[in-house]
Design a protein around this ligand. Structure first.
Ligand SMILES: Nc1nc2c(ncn2[C@@H]2O[C@H](COP(=O)(O)OP(=O)(O)OP(=O)(O)O)[C@@H](O)[C@H]2O)c(=O)[nH]1
Ligand SMILES: [Zn+2]
Length: 291
């Protein structure tokens, strides 16, 4: 049997990528009876029934599942920002971080367009997030600098890129893998995907090994879906203080004897991060009032 990863699903066909080819597979009947929904990203074993055809016999256990879009086994989210144009700021980064934290995936912060930026300002911003424990990569896709560490992080893993429009996600991917756009084009032509066909997420293989989720209009869940007590867990640096708050239900807002607020005052938690927390907490509460 051959082992591979489903890179695309179309009608009842699954395109399974092995080391050197893609096979168009159907699913063994017994899986259909179990109503098991196979997803892009699932690892499977199949028997070849032709040169590029097969039948899926085994589905390996899932490591993770991203809900929007539905993709199995995504390992990490690469949050991509532009240093300049659109300008990066902590409020923006924190919003994306909250959504990324809710997805439960590993997070890498990638700051692109460093060719346009003031290095000192950038280092300060990068430092803020590095101290919390997030890996921060500085790069310029246009000048082809700083791409190697990103390439290494993508190696052998399934990654999804997210970030504001114009941050340079497509440019980065093209710089990393010049053939990528072309490959997608070819695959679409094969199955005759027209303009009006619904687009599902698919995986784009990287020549170095690993995949990138291709997701037009990729969206995390909305903030409004988040319960207030869940929000604080999206700020990993709060954790080591939160246990010392007087109230176990402390939301670190107006409660007395709050260890998180005290840590902010003492400079152990960055005030900007705490501001972001309060801003989103307020939004969540406002949204709930409407119901
Ligand atoms: N100066 C500079 N410009 C860049 C760099 N990377 C990308 N750009 C430019 O930024 C603009 C936006 O880049 P895209 O790659 O389209 O951004 P995107 O994140 O894919 O945007 P969406 O598709 O809207 O999500 C383009 O005009 C790029 O040429 C960089 O490293 N330096
Ligand atoms: Zn508290």
């Amino acid at each position: 049997m051959l082992r591979g990863v489903i890179v695309r699903a179309f009608n009842s066909y699954y395109f399974v990528q092995t080391a050197n080819k893609v096979a168009m597979c159907t699913l063994r009947g017994r899986f259909k009876k179990e109503r098991f929904s196979l997803l892009v990203g699932d690892e499977v074993e199949y028997t070849a029934t032709g040169e590029e055809k097969g039948v899926i016999e085994q589905i390996l256990p899932r490591r993770s599942m991203l809900r929007r879009p539905m993709v199995a086994n995504v390992d990490q989210v690469i949050l991509t920002f532009a240093a300049v144009n659109p300008d990066i700021n902590t409020a923006l980064v924190d919003r994306f971080l909250i959504l990324a934290e809710l997805s439960g995936l590993e997070i890498v912060i990638c700051i692109n367009k460093v060719d346009l930026a003031d290095t000192n300002q950038l280092q300060a911003l990068a430092g803020l997030y590095q101290r919390i424990g997030y890996p921060v990569l500085l790069l310029s896709a246009k000048q082809n600098t700083g791409l190697e560490p990103l390439k290494q992080r993508l190696f052998g893993r399934i990654s999804v890129f997210a970030g504001p429009s114009g941050a340079g996600k497509s440019t980065i991917l093209n710089a990393l893998e010049p053939g990528l756009a072309l490959t997608t084009g070819e695959v679409s032509a094969k199955i005759g995907r027209g303009k009006h066909t619904t687009r599902f997420a698919e995986l784009l293989p990287l020549s170095g090994g690993g995949f990138v989720v291709d997701t037009p209009g990729f969206s995390f869940t909305e903030f409004t879906d988040v319960a207030a007590p869940e929000l604080m867990h999206c700020f990993p640096e709060f954790a080591k203080f939160a246990g010392n708050c007087k109230f176990t239900t402390c939301l670190h807002h107006k409660e007395p004897q709050c260890a998180v607020k005290q840590a902010v005052q003492e400079g152990q938690i960055a005030p900007k991060r705490y501001d972001s927390y309060l801003e989103v907490l307020t939004e969540i509460r406002e949204a709930r009032k409407g119901f």
